[in-house]
Design a protein around this ligand. Structure first.
Ligand code: ADP
Ligand code: MG
Length: 735
């Protein structure tokens, strides 16, 4: 009856009302819980043991592992050993030789100081220590369990140093053992740990092998050269593709903020994921913001080698480092982190650009969008009104209306890998021969591009940078402004000026390393220029000026033909000998500019570029490309909302562009009217949907990675703060 009663809800409620009794946990339980925290997995035990060996000044550390560390972890070193009289308390909690008073923490150089690691291991495994100290003929061996010796130390033969054996790890933590048994990757983690340790502590030789295996999986020899060490541990393919790197920041002559030296991979190193080996004051740590900052640089500079290998050793003033964090907490945050990350990021960027200049074109050739994993066309099933759109690859979604009465450009584009130069001479040879022929300052070594990039970096607004990197895109508020959320704030952001600036910056950063968009129908410059000039003054009647326009077009064509080599080499804008535009750069993968803007672009090249001064010249060309590739509203009015009028009635066509484009349709095709407008509407809908897709899926992700927003954008209306969500919530609450 009792059990029945207990299971009724009333009885349960009554039982809950009684407060549970508080009692003191048995010490062994406390210790085991604590131990489980310090030693989370086999690899954490290995880390503690190896750090102890390093603290004991070992020059050789050998690790043997069985069953991913669950059966056996054995670490042998040639360090100073452990005194006989210390053995009884060696594995008690809070026994250490490294720290006596709290203040020592400020200046501590050793890895350990808590006296917790060995103790923890005895609570979750069986620990046996064999050690010998200098000047003694024999050593001692003793086993521990739950912090205490299981027997008196036994004299035994021993080689210099200490060997610690941990057997049956987690034998008393069934759940932990089970999860670990199922995942066999702890040996991999151990190998990874020792590889990292080995390339930092180059004066120590490391080895790591599976129990019974003849071959070691890590085997480093003490050396004075870091590069040699990386070569032995990570292999030639890594070591031969590294560049050395340094960065530092000083307050004044006497004190420093940080010093960093390291190695990072060049464009030949291609891997599936980033390897970042980071030591801060000789402690192996992780720092996600720093890793991300470096990855961003790689993604921008070497799109094909965007997962680098990074080794960095950062030294900070000891008082800036809080060593007293939990031993398992590997993720650090540094004092002055933003500054440090930024400095290191620029150092990497500079290094990569330098190394970029000296490599061959072949290495840079990257296949363009057809092979890319995201094909926007796959996702573009619906236009805003929900009807099906034709599935057209995005790189072909440009107007192909060959019957266009105004004779507009009807090129369609294909992305083709730019292979023609791939087998040719290396880039620097090409460049120097071109430099001799073009009439720019011949001694220029492209510092002008570096200066332009520096200008961008110098003018970067850190607050906006944070917004751009961490905002979420909500949607388009109108034709030009996107609505963004950042923390609890909403912003309107002008996508035209943002995309223009992004494209400009990308042109500078990818300078001379573009993949190509091939125009299937090379377009005659003279015609493009005429179109642009006619569009410039929209008084269509004004045809007596046509002669003048033709002259301008002719002159500009000649000028651009003269500059063709430089335009092609540095900007991938190809103009053939007959004066046809045949190739454009891919500035952002997955994105093709609006080809209707080619005429304006060509005119801008002809009119706005100062070809004499190298820096101004590059800047103007990059700006022209930026303007061309920016995500302007499509020329056809937005059919959603008011713009729909333009597609309903033929006569009051308000948009001059449409008059210009479809002059023959005006009036005389009344019976076709509906059909034509239907097509036009569909076309407009497709263009707008395509643009919105690109804004969300191409522009914003790219901005997050690459854009350095300018200071001016905070005040010129590019970013407008809308309202604080907090206030909005309050308003809702009141309602
Ligand atoms: P901690 O390293 O925080 O001092 P541990 O529990 O890891 O605490 O080690 C306790 C003490 O044991 C150390 O302070 C050190 O004196 C000694 N010890 C541990 N491992 C070794 C070793 N491999 N060689 C010499 N001494 C060691
Ligand atoms: Mg220790």
């Amino acid at each position: 009856m009792d059990t029945e009663e207990a299971s009724t809800p009333e009885a349960e409620a009554a039982a809950v009302k009684e407060p549970p009794k508080i009692h003191r946990l048995e010490e062994s339980v406390v210790n085991r819980i604590a131990a489980g925290e310090v030693i989370q997995r086999p690899v954490s035990a290995v880390k503690e043991l190896v750090e102890n060996s390093l603290d004991a000044n070992a020059t050789s550390i050998n690790v043997v592992v069985k069953d991913g560390g669950l059966k056996l972890i054995q670490v042998s070193d040639d360090g100073h050993g452990i005194r006989y009289e210390d053995l009884p308390i060696l594995c008690e909690r809070h026994t250490t030789s490294k720290l006596s008073k709290y203040e020592d923490l400020q200046s501590i150089k050793s890895m350990g100081f808590r006296g917790e690691a060995l103790a923890s291991m005895t609570y979750v495994g069986h620990v046996t220590v064999t050690t010998i100290t200098k000047g003694h003929l024999h050593g001692y061996r003793v086993s521990y369990r739950d912090g205490v010796m299981e027997n008196e130390p036994k004299a035994c033969a021993a080689v210099k140093g200490t060997q610690i054996m941990v057997e049956n790890l987690f034998y008393n933590m069934i759940a932990r053992r089970k999860t670990l048994q199922n995942s066999s990757d702890d040996y991999t983690k151990i190998v990874d740990l020792l590889s990292r340790m080995a390339i930092h502590h180059t004066n120590v030789s490391f080895s790591c092998r599976k129990h019974g295996a003849a071959r070691a999986d890590v085997h480093s020899i003490a050396t004075s050269s870091r590069l040699d060490s990386i070569r032995t541990v990570y292999g030639v393919s890594v070591a031969s593709n590294l560049v050395q790197l340094e960065a530092s920041e000083y307050n004044d002559s006497s004190s420093f903020v940080f010093k960093m030296d390291g190695y990072v991979s060049n464009s030949n190193y291609v891997a599936k994921k980033t390897t970042m080996v980071l030591f801060v004051n000789d402690r192996l740590v992780e720092c996600a913001p720093l890793k991300r900052a470096v990855e961003i640089v790689y993604a921008a500079t070497f799109p094909k080698a965007s997962k680098p290998f990074i080794y960095m050793s950062i030294v900070l003033p000891p008082e800036h480092v809080d060593v007293n964090v939990h031993p398992t907490k590997r993720e650090v945050s540094l004092l002055n982190q933003e500054l440090i990350v930024e400095k290191i990021q620029s150092a990497v960027e500079l290094k990569l650009r330098q190394s970029n200049d000296s490599r061959t074109y072949k290495e840079q050739t990257v296949e363009s969008s057809p092979s890319s994993p995201y094909n926007p066309s796959k996702e573009l099933h619906l236009n805003p009104s929900g009807s099906k759109l034709q599935k057209v690859p995005v790189n072909k979604m440009v107007r192909t209306d060959s019957s266009d009465p105004a004779g507009r450009l009807h090129a369609y584009v294909q992305s083709k890998p730019h292979t023609s130069v791939a087998s040719g001479p290396n880039l620097s040879a090409v460049r120097s021969s071109v430099r001799q022929r073009r009439n720019l300052n011949e001694t220029a070594d492209l510092t002008s591009i570096q200066e332009l990039i520096d200008d961008v970096d110098r003018n970067c607004h850190s607050g906006l940078l944070d917004i751009v990197r961490h905002c979420s895109f909500i949607g388009m508020a109108d034709d030009v402004y996107a609505l963004l959320q950042h923390n609890t704030h909403m912003y309107l952001a002008n996508v035209v000026s943002l995309s223009k600036e992004l494209m400009y910056q990308l042109v500078l950063r990818r300078f001379a390393h573009f993949n190509a968009i091939q125009l299937s129908d090379p377009a005659p410059l003279s015609e493009l220029l005429m179109l642009a000039l006619k569009e410039e003054d929209l008084d269509v009647e004004n045809s007596e000026n046509d002669d003048l326009k033709e002259k301008i077009a002719e002159m500009n064509t000649e000028l651009l033909k003269q500059k063709a080599e430089m335009l092609e080499e540095y900007f991938c804008v190809k103009i053939d000998t007959r004066g046809n535009l045949s190739r454009l750069p891919i500035i952002l993968d997955q994105y093709t500019p609006d080809m209707d803007r080619i005429p304006e672009f060509v005119l801008c090249l002809g009119n706005d570029v100062d070809w004499e001064d190298e820096k101004c010249c590059f800047q103007a060309i990059a700006a022209a490309l930026g303007n061309f590739y920016a995500m302007h509203p499509p020329l056809l009015p937005n059919p959603s909302g008011e713009g729909l009028q333009c597609y309903k009635k033929r006569k009051p066509l308000k948009n001059p562009v449409d008059i210009e484009r479809y002059p023959n349709d005006a009036g005389d095709n009344v019976e076709n009217e509906d059909e034509i407008e239907h097509q036009l509407l569909a076309e407009a809908e497709a263009a707008w949907a395509q643009r919105e897709w690109s804004i969300q899926h191409v522009l914003f992700p790219a901005m997050r990675l690459f854009l350095k927003p300018l200071n001016s954008m905070a005040t010129n209306g590019t970013f407008v703060k809308v309202a604080s969500l907090e206030k909005l919530y309050k308003i809702f609450e009141r309602c």
